[in-house]
Design a protein around this ligand. Sequence first.
Ligand SMILES: *Cc1c(COP(=O)(O)O)cnc(C)c1O
Length: 365
Amino acid sequence: MIPVNTPIFNGNELKYLTECIKTGWISSEGPFIKQFEDDMAKYVGRKFGVAVSNGSAALDIALRAIGIEEGDEVIMPTFTIISPAQSIVYAGGKPVLVDADENTWCMNVSHIESKITSKTKAILVVHIYGFPTDMDPIIELANKYKLFIIEDAAEMHGQTYNGKMCGSFGHISTFSFYPNKHITTGEGGMIMTDDVLLAEKCKSYRNLCFKPERRFVHDELGWNYRMTNLQAALGVAQLENINAHIIRKREIGSIYSQLLADIPGIELMPKRTEYAENIYWVFAVICKRKSAIEMMKLLAEKGVGTRPFFYPMHMQPVFKKRGWYTNENYPVSERIAEYGFYLPSGLGITNDEIKVVTEKLKSIL
Ligand SMILES: *Cc1c(COP(=O)(O)O)cnc(C)c1O
């Protein structure tokens, strides 16, 4: 079986983990936490990083810290993972949805303005699979209507938009370090901002809102969303090698693209747009001959692990139950969700394995 993802640890991971065990610093109090936060802040070009237990937790905290409340609307893409939508709902707000762009599969920014109402408080940007969302028009709208920008950069470590680092846009941004991301801490996430007050709020929310002057007294409710020193040790080591990870990801994307070029019925992501080069977080294909579910089953029988595309938010049973989005259609998202899936494309895959995967895919077609 060729798994859909395998991470790599070819730097100082074991050394730093051993340091945690030898010194006894394994909880969130250990010194790697601050180092990882500072290293990420420097890498991304942000003033502050707040390490948390995963990328979904980072979004929960970010939405609350920005001040999303009961009755607020937040504009976001329908084609994404549930995490950003559920964070809006947990904060008391409602996700207002926008269809995907045909080319990049990120939010179609030309559809945003028509969704803005007097209740709109923020635009939540999610960069998808390989490309950043087209940020300039979003920044313009946010300035014009006085909206917050929240950036979910969970799939974009090291990606840039017109040369500016993803995760450095807007008032607050979030990352995940799940094992299929460009760098991993097993489970883990980070909130990033340039605003010292927001950073302090995030730190408080991740740690049960303990009052600094009197522990066990609380003005507000938070979460235990702390990252451990063990996770941060992995993160520091992984971040040392991020440039090599990104080069390899692009190489994997380029080899797949070559081997799968000119196959009728297969749609691949472009290698570049006018503002970014594809970072190939995953190598995604759209194959219109059969549904993704059927294609994935046939590939699994041949020993190839895959994952389906995201399932659009407007089609989610959990939101249908609330009576939301009943008359809303988002044709691009619906089409790519029906026919899209991704191939094994983790950092641990070998070139030989990529060849085997493409041969098996071709034999099915
Ligand atoms: C991975 C991912 C998340 C969630 O991160 P976890 O660490 O798994 O909670 C959120 N948003 C996007 C876009 C992701 O790809």
